[in-house]
Design a binder for this molecule. Structure first.
Ligand SMILES: Nc1ncnc2c1ncn2[C@@H]1O[C@H](COP(=O)(O)OP(=O)(O)OP(=O)(O)O)[C@@H](O)[C@H]1O
Length: 247
């Protein structure tokens, strides 16, 4: 069995008297695409916030590559190899796609001088690799602002990959996309593994069932099922949760 890269045990989050998460268990295998799904308000974003260090859990433990990171702030987790990409926020619209990626690479090597081995990789090769990974090689010289919404999401993910994260969290990467963009972005995300480890929140069930290795289903802050897509598809509790939500 593949090594577990990220592990959560007994995670709980309380907002005052409200329990947003209870007894969450998660095992993300290295090199896998692990989706977290569930009806609206199930606690998916809260779980991402806890795993990435944006909020502290009320209970439980988070282990990244064998190291307990439960109490580490977000920026320390970034240095240990966690990256998160939620929306198109970091793109410079008037620069080309390649220039945006070059800036992201420079920001990583420049801002962290102690990471000297990264500076040895010539930036040009690194940018070319990121263009490939983001599925944007054919659009390297486009003005970033002229990319479709999906193209901009792909670029944003490419920029998050500039830091060479061991694990990347994608929060609804397909939201608001048209059908062509969905297909392209889905393929791009799928191709990130096994070189990367991906944790994905996504409402598009067809895509989730298609590309995930494992799926964790949350309902009302609790895990109600965990397994391979075929198992999740036929799970009675999962069907019940989604029926109840009207999705
Ligand atoms: N800071 C907060 N204070 C109080 N309640 C919160 C806070 N953040 C989230 N919640 C509540 O926690 C529950 C879970 O929210 P969360 O955003 O994690 O769900 P979700 O599964 O990501 O939902 P969606 O699919 O709609 O994005 C919701 O009932 C939400 O209102």
């Amino acid at each position: 069995m593949a090594e577990t890269l990220l592990e959560a045990r007994g995670l709980g989050v309380r907002f005052g008297d409200f329990r947003a998460l209870s007894e969450v268990v998660l095992d993300v295998a290295a090199g896998s695409l692990h989706a977290v799904i569930g009806p609206n308000g199930a606690g998916k974003t809260t779980l991402f916030n806890v795993l990435t260090g944006r909020i502290a859990p009320s209970e439980g433990r988070i282990v990244l590559a064998g190291r307990d990171v439960t109490r580490l702030p977000a920026h320390r987790r970034v240095h240990l190899g966690m990256a998160r990409s939620f929306q198109v926020t970091n793109i410079f619209a008037d620069l080309t796609v390649a220039e945006n990626l070059r800036l992201a690479v420079q920001a990583v090597s420049g801002a962290e001088p102690w990471v000297f081995w990264r500076a040895r990789t010539p930036s040009r090769e690194k940018v070319a690799a990121l263009l490939d990974e983001a599925g944007l090689a054919a659009r390297a010289d486009w003005r970033a602002g002229d990319l479709s919404h999906g193209g901009q999401r792909a670029l944003e993910i490419g920029m998050a990959l500039a830091a060479d994260p061991r694990i990347i969290f994608l929060d609804e990467p397909l939201a608001g996309m048209g059908i062509d963009d969905i297909h392209r972005t889905k393929e791009m995300i799928h191709d990130l593994v096994p070189a990367r480890t991906v944790v994905l929140i996504e409402h598009n069930m067809r895509v989730v069932l298609d590309i995930s290795d494992r799926i964790t289903v949350l309902a009302q802050g609790r895990p109600i099922a965990e397994g391979a897509p075929a198992m999740i598809r036929s799970d009675a509790a999962v069907r019940e949760a989604y029926l109840g939500s009207g999705m």
